[in-house]
Design a protein around this ligand. Sequence first.
Ligand SMILES: Nc1nc2c(ncn2[C@@H]2O[C@H](COP(=O)(O)OP(=O)(O)OP(=O)(O)O)[C@@H](O)[C@H]2O)c(=O)[nH]1
Ligand SMILES: [Mg+2]
Length: 371
Amino acid sequence: MKFIDQTEISVCSGHGGPGMVSFASAKFAPKLGPDGGDGGAGGNVVFVGHAQLNTLSGLYYRRIYKAEDGAKGGSNGCTGRAGADLEIPVPIGTMVFDRESDQLLCEILEDGQRFCIAAGGKRGLGNMRYVTATHQAPEEHTVGGASVAFDVRLELKLIADVGFAGFPNAGKSTLLSCISAARPKIADYPFTTLTPQLGVVAVPEIDPYTASFVAADIPGLIEGASEGRGLGHEFLRHLERTKVIVFVIDPFSWDELTPEDAYATLEHELTAFSENLAAKRRVVVLTKADIAPDDFDWEKIESPFRALGLEIFRISAVAQQGLAPLKRRLWTIVHDEQQKIEVSSGATWGGERDSGYQWMTTAGGDADLGL
Ligand SMILES: Nc1nc2c(ncn2[C@@H]2O[C@H](COP(=O)(O)OP(=O)(O)OP(=O)(O)O)[C@@H](O)[C@H]2O)c(=O)[nH]1
Ligand SMILES: [Mg+2]
């Protein structure tokens, strides 16, 4: 499932520092020869994938991203300091397009992946470099490679970490609207939600900047969905890449079917859809706790789930009860599952992370000499 979030920024690499023209001299020895050092290389602008980020919102407030220029070369053969790279952290799933041509320049798919979008200008050469046997006092030097500047459009395609599965009217959309900024349609009739909805759920108690996950609310499922009843079960494919499925169950509106039966039905529909869904981690959320009568027998409702080894959360989205522990637990599961994936797939960006960047072929400052 995809959730698109986009922004535009300008990137500008650092100019290469100019080479120095200088001649060494000392008292009584005024012409010791050229000693102008090279300038420093300009800094690169680099996108870096961060698994903890879920939105591009960190880039909304700053538009220009400029890496540092290289410093100019000095006398005495001193090389100027290289300009620092500017790293721009972006979430996994970020696609970078050239704003003018709309061409896709890169896609950040891994944690730690680095992509150099604008290469710094090469260093300028000092006059020391131009000495030859017949040319002892050169004044030649180069000014350093130019910086590269252009606008890019970033587009994020989020993949849901947590999926909500439940019967129509169970309160899935209400839950999503209470824990994220998503505003799905909510109503007291079945099949209010017709297309999957996504929301980013922040968990500031864990980390105010990076702790978040993406939750997906999908249309309600009913018995026989796998045979096409109700809205069918095609939309379950949106849960294929989630790390945990939340079974959202309303324990109050049952006649013959108990919440346990509802769970079994949902389980059956998910399993009929794919083995992958059947194997996912799951938790049970019992909704609408605010309407429970005082003598409501929670134990009777919850014990069958406990017997199945399932974690249960009792919530009321409307009264904002029980939401914080649920969010924390879901974040922890997502985080654990993410780490398992990283361990099983080896280091996320393999050896290339050490050897440097992926480079954009079209960017890069002109080199004055091929150094
Ligand atoms: N009292 C109470 N009512 C709730 C709560 N959560 C949801 N509801 C009500 O339950 C009804 C259904 O809620 P939705 O969030 O639309 O349910 P849904 O599971 O998304 O339903 P579909 O989209 O049809 O599958 C609405 O009338 C909500 O106001 C809750 O915590 N307490
Ligand atoms: Mg809904």
